[in-house]
Design a protein around this ligand. Sequence first.
Ligand code: SF4
Length: 448
Amino acid sequence: MGLTGIQIFKLLPKTNCKECGVPTCLAFAMNLAAGKSELSSCPYVSEEARAMLSEAAAPPIRPLVIGSGENVVKIGGETVLFRHEKTFVNKPGLAVLVSDAMPEAEVSARLKRFKELKYERVGLTLRPEMVALKNESGDTGKFEALVKKTKSETDAALILMSSTVEAMTAGVKACADRVPLIYAATQENGDAMAKLAKEHKCPLAIKADSLEALAQLSDKLTAAGLKDLVLDSGARTIRKAFEDQVFIRRAALIQKSRSLGFPTITFPCEMTSDPMKEALIASAFVAKYAGIIVLSDLQGESLFPLLVERLNIYTDPQRPMMMQQGIYPIGNPGEDSPVLITTNFSLTYFIVSGEVESSRVPSWLLVMDTEGLSVLTAWAAGKFVGDAIGAFIKKSGITDKVKHRRVILPGAVAAVSGDLEEELGSGWEVKIGPREAAHITAYLKVNA
Ligand code: SF4
């Protein structure tokens, strides 16, 4: 939000009707300025004021979408330079390069790796989302065939790379419903590429040899009515490309440059031929500040660290990662299987479920919503205590799944077992589990 609370207040109705959920218009204005409220919460803002406030509230880096269906890639929308200020919003899309000059077998192998390299971590699926298709052969037919093959064999969000308008037109027509990113408009072909992007409602990457030329091209295309642009500063050395990423982000956020207020695309694949160096360069762009990172190939040993780095940097530090509250069966449990309970902090869940899996004792794991707090923290906050746990167990539905009435409580909160037994009532037995999750395997082997 570019306006101060007082500037926003002047545009509000000043009736203090409280319908927005706060007592006064001034308080609402302050919340809006701090990004804690949505303008839509006030139904009485005039159209004129709404237009002014919406403009001021637009993120300095325009958010945009590439792709369709479940594998949509959202980029941009960033509002801060540093993650500790607030949070980064949309993680960069990771793309693999596939060229129409590659042998068929190599194309198929890259697409196969694209589909197979997925990892489950803290309840999320980590994977690359994009394929960059390059018209290296210069042949329109080959390019179109590659686009069709990739579209039919993968759910990838597509980046179409060609300098010729004819090949790009054929490529876009072959996958327009996938909303591909058109790469790239330049000074030479800008008008034709812009026409194509407008016609098919696709985002458009723009490329220039300098930041000044890039800003000029961006101004020209936005004046022509294009909104969803992706910037390529043309730099292909790590130093210059990194400088450009930082400059573009600072220009958009600090100087409020609308010309450079768009997400960027980077090409580590064109900066080195060493796969390990390429991964290191890509990791720098994950941190600062790429919207899309194009890799020459996907290999598990370099992709997985990038995915984890991206996950860590783009996780909101103010929101704990949480699991859904519920019953999690592990190893096909039956009506005599043990029932364990824990909290819904993702890491806690994954450590506990991992230990239960290693024990090879089929079990039921009850995960209770503690707002993402770990066992001891939730206990200290009064969220994982006897009566609350008992109430959760009773309404969880676990009694429909097991015929016994025993529950294993984390040993770290053994002190609440009395209250829990009281809440559950007679017929229930509360067993004190191990204090450390690492001892669950041994505990289950002996006790189950
Ligand atoms: Fe003011 Fe609008 Fe909130 Fe009413 S709903 S108090 S008019 S900001």
